[in-house]
Write a protein that binds this ligand. Sequence first.
Ligand code: ADP
Ligand code: MG
Length: 246
Amino acid sequence: MKKAKDMKGTRVSADAADMALDLDGVSKSYRDGDDVVHALLRTDVKIPRGEFVAVVGPSGSGKSTFLTIAGGLRTPDTGAVRVGGVLMSGLSRRARGSLRLHHIGFVLQGANLVPFLTVRQQFALFDRACGRRRGTREDRVRVDSILDEFGVGAVADSYPESLSGGERQRVAIAKALYGDPDVVLADEPTASLDSERAYGVVDVLARQAHGGGRAVVMVTHDTRLIDRCDRVLSMRDGRLSDMSMG
Ligand SMILES: Nc1ncnc2c1ncn2[C@@H]1O[C@H](COP(=O)(O)OP(=O)(O)O)[C@@H](O)[C@H]1O
Ligand SMILES: [Mg+2]
């Protein structure tokens, strides 16, 4: 099993590092004029490496709030979030950015691709963010091999607008995985796809989790897809419950 990558100044026990994602007493409210929306009520969840988890629930139930807090894009009001055993709130802004870059992969709704960059150039963005010299032969080989793995090698030099929905989503997933993250967080990754392509995308995500090194958390409306998952969490009015445990 893969161990957590070194984080500067951060020590993590081996047990904690086996947990890709660990939320402990996490809650979040939003202020909406005079109202307060309790989007996420005290939530505890542990997701080990190797697990493929679905989060289902109606629109407005708090699924995206959960996912963005798990990925460090939003800060919770209470509680602790650990990724690969590393406590997010204990980090400086800079270290948190680095944790997101190296340990978390996001697949956002509608594929988060930059419209004016070719598929290959999307990956160079990551190399640049990591401060690596770009365009080396090694980078090219790595990008080609990940694109081939997802069946999108033929569109490496195309722009997002010329890809099909399924291709775009597979490129987005490849991009999320390029940094070899501990956890992949996907928000409705199959929303715009027909059944066959949706299953294709879900199978790719399942394989990524079942390789053992990382966890994959997928928010979905589509209950047809959840038989591919190891565990289903249900979100209702900000309350997350484990459906497999009743
Ligand atoms: N930035 C925000 N400001 C105010 N309310 C928000 C904000 N984001 C989400 N909400 C509210 O929080 C609740 C949960 O939203 P969200 O997490 O997006 O749910 P879901 O992804 O399940 O549709 C909803 O009532 C939504 O209106
Ligand atoms: Mg949402």
